[in-house]
Design a protein around this ligand. Sequence first.
Ligand code: ZN
Length: 705
Amino acid sequence: MTDAHSPDNPLLTIEGLPPFDRIRAEHVEPAVRHILERTTSGIQTIEQILQDASPPTWENTIGALEELGRVWERSWSPVSHLLGVANSEELREAHESVLPDVVALGLRIRQSRPVYQALKAFRDGPDWDGLSETQQRIIDDRVRDAELAGIALSEDDQQRFNEIATRLSQLSTEFSNHVLDATKAWDLTLDDPTDVAEMPETLKQLASQSFNNQAQDQAGDGDPETGPWRFTLDVPSAMPFLQHCRNRDLRERLYLAYVTRASSAELDNAPLIDEILQLRRERAGLLGFTSFAEMSVVTKMADVPSVESMFQLLRDASWQAGLDDLEDLRSLATAHGQQQPLNHWDQAFWAERLREERFDMTDEQLRPYFPLERVLDGLFALVGRLFGISVEPADGEAPKWHADVRFFRVHDDNGAPIAAFYLDPYSRPENKRGGAWMDECLARRRVDAKLQLPVAHLICNGTPPVGTRPSLMTFREVETLFHEFGHGLQHMLTIVDYPDASGINGVEWDAVELPSQFMENWCYHRPTLLGIARHFETGEVLPEDLFEKLCRARTFRAGSLMLRQLNFGMVDMQLHHQYDPSGSETVRDVKQRIARLTSVLEPLPEDRSLCAFQHIFAGGYAAGYYSYKWAEVLSADAFSAFEDAGLDNEQAVSATGRKFRDTVLASGGGRHPMDVFRDFRGREPSPQPLLRHNGLVADPDTPAG
Ligand code: ZN
């Protein structure tokens, strides 16, 4: 039917926006096969030229590789994108049929020995100094990534390296399977209505549905009001259960089951943890690093000592607040007649009661003040003031995958076009992934001496309009839109012309959330938020008390939450840095030692929650959990530059905004993020603004809102 070489295949276009309206599952295989072939012969040609002893130049190395990558941007990226926003059985099958070959070719290129050797020779050659800082960084990163993949090892070491990699990937799969099986193996079925009294309706519905699904063959005819109700260790069931179950013994049972998942019998993850840590250390050693953490941070902004000092400082500043939070819960529990001393399974419960008492507020109360159109207008006005750009709808100019999708163009203050973006605002459970994300559609790059402008995808999952009622957002959705737009700004306002480093590409992993979290801060800036939040029917501005509650809710139990995150981050760092598998301290000793530093309640001796810590043992966060806090430090400190300049001073705000644009947003991965941060802030990042925003240090100068 569709000839791969035919210009009719919408995945083989060579310019303009991808024709999303014409892409069908049947186009995927022919287009991708064609491009796989072209790229395979392309990399062979590049390797041949480099092996024929031609001196390496920018053009015959990175330039040629970039050119190879360009067709993927137009054929493969749209397919991945459509999987997220217009999924279908056919598209999934087509994607899976070519995926293994795509992955294999990607690896083959990244680990090409001739390319690696040419890049190294280039680095040592006479032309190196003629490259820009960004070009040098791109080459350094390619060399480093190939070395981290083991390219420079001796044959024996390489073999061991590959064995370790294979074993580690098995272990991480096993680890998460154990957690999954252990989670599934436990449940708690209740049929006494007093045990679920005052639980939210949504939780009772979930629990009733869970009972019915599980009891399908039996008399599974439960009702949300009369029971039975089944609770599990899945987070959406377990967390609200601990917050709302009034029966303390049941809370204790569920809590203990939760913190001992995958810690016994055939599902025990403890031996896996030992082996994983051992092997990671060995792998790092083969590459010449003293610890796995040292290896992990070479691709990141932070180094181990600065992470450790950040932990120390945040921990010390949060400890007293954590104790105060605990005291609040104790007195509330006592006032409500709890006789027993407060324990771990009481914290979420009383914290939720306290929240209700202090600032109960529902999404439904806030929604009418946040119609999507107004929120967008407010957001665009804000980025106009801050960065001197204008955002204009251009819906007619872009092919779309769904009628609700919007398209906008971004112009500079002199009217020149600089970027564009798609916004896919509403949820479509039938074929769109949940959550929100920003993705690259086209990167900024030079194509045949012409500049290709960056295009972003911004994907949200809001409530669609119903009848004459517009799409009304929750406050959390507003924050999320600002967050994703922040990522989008870094992609769109880049001035780097090399796709390896333009926009968010090449930005160190722990620095990538800086622009996104930075943008969230504006949701708590009084003039910005009150400028947006107006009732969609009456036009009434968001009542002052609701705004106050939003701001106070932001710092509710901030000390306790900080300590909890620090606990995860510190355990992760210690296990991947100081911990020595052949030393006298065990993994559990490390965990308990950190728990005593970060838990204001005496740690439970039976706690085995490390056995379910998937982020670091089965996900990508090993020696990287700290990056959550690191990014918050950066974004809060960046926002504080605006506070220092004076948030009410329009001129100062726009001058600071321009500086942010010219540094953080413009540089992308073209410069080391610490240098970029220094360019903007004039110094290294300070954790003080984050503490102040969290209400953790007294600062009489804190501006309201
Ligand atoms: Zn993000």
